[in-house]
Write a protein that binds this ligand. Structure first.
Ligand code: URA
Length: 328
């Protein structure tokens, strides 16, 4: 521990011999880079103990120790590798592995980690301070809601987005006009868009109950709710596919990505993926329940209505307090 007012930090990797990750190009190795030394309040915020301001309050309240000594001075710097930090007697450590989380993206947020025009963006909704190097896997339109993955694992992200390994993505769309399952046939065959022929989509008309996420007030006369499963990821693809059959999208929601369902997370909140979910991603994803099933077969459940709220900066469902998280 050193006491200094210096703002500078030395960057280093925790993984000996690992290549330096590059969050900008998303070509990182799995281990995130943390500054070697940093201000104690910043360390506490990154460890998820409290916000930067809240961490300062913990320090001034004498609740934080570094190597057994109470640290109340806000300029205190710590060595991430060597110093032993405790809050209320509980050890605090930075998460040193790659991070994977899902965000339930609400409307009105751009899928970017920074916007020069300072419009609301998804970076505002995820714990970027705590998990530096976090970035979204793919994108959703500003007005699209639903499952958006984030990770610090550039290799996995590249795999999931690579055209050769396109994963299944399930969307629910509320569209203008009345349409039947038969009207979706062009999408099933593969519809021609401006930028070329789409791969065949799996699609069907869904009930108002299934469509709760896109039609919370019910499916009004003159509109229809449909489910569309695609593997490509072209810009505005689902909207363009449905416009092409003359049913423009009113609202769009993604409920499944690579076989992961949007569940246990409230709108505007995030949670870390479970080990099982990370395994699914690392295995290249799995088809959603509908894929490969006969038309009319039991659909995947829309889980949005079963969400639990974890607050706007929610945490993992099973280990959601500081004490539980760091003491198992
Ligand atoms: N297709 C779209 O049209 N928009 C999205 O946000 C995602 C898929």
């Amino acid at each position: 521990m050193t006491r200094t007012s210096e703002a500078g930090e030395t960057r280093t990797s925790h993984a000996a011999g690992a290549a330096a990750p590059n969050a900008d190009t998303h070509k990182s190795v799995s281990q995130p880079v943390y500054p070697h030394t940093m201000r104690l309040q910043r360390f506490l915020a990154r460890a998820g103990v409290a916000s930067r301001r809240g961490s300062e309050d913990l320090m001034t309240a004498g609740r934080v120790t570094v190597n057994g000594q109470v640290a109340t001075e806000l300029g205190t710097k710590v060595d991430v590798d060597r110093d032993h930090i405790e809050v209320d007697g509980m050890p605090v450590k930075l998460n040193q592995g790659a991070v994977y989380l899902m965000l339930y993206k609400p409307t009105g947020y751009l899928t970017t980690m920074s916007d020069p025009q300072e419009r609301p963006c998804v970076a505002d909704l995820v714990p970027r301070d705590r998990f530096p190097g976090l970035f979204p896997v793919g994108r959703l339109d500003r007005d699209t809601t639903g499952l958006l993955l984030f990770t610090t694992d550039g290799d996995l992200s590249q795999d999931l987005l690579h055209p050769s390994k396109h994963v299944y993505k399930t969307y629910q769309a509320l569209v203008d006009g009345h349409l039947t399952d038969r009207d979706l046939e062009p999408l099933r065959r593969g519809i021609e868009l401006d930028d070329g022929l789409c791969q065949p989509a799996i699609c069907r008309v869904i009930t108002a109950r299934e469509a709760e996420a896109v039609a919370p007030q019910g499916v009004k006369p003159g509109t229809t709710a449909v489910e569309v499963i695609i593997r490509e990821g072209r810009k505005n693809q689902v909207k363009r596919m449905l416009s092409k059959i003359h049913h423009p999208v009113i609202r769009l929601h993604r409920c499944n990505f690579a076989g992961l369902e949007l569940k246990d997370v409230a709108k505007g909140s995030w949670r870390e993926l479970t080990d099982r979910e990370v395994q699914i991603l690392k295995a290249g994803g799995i088809p959603p329940k509908q894929a490969g099933a006969k038309r009319g077969a039991a659909p995947a459940t829309n889980t949005a209505s079963r969400t639990r709220h974890h607050g706007s900066h929610g945490s993992a469902p099973k280990r959601n307090t500081y004490r539980e998280r760091y003491t198992g």
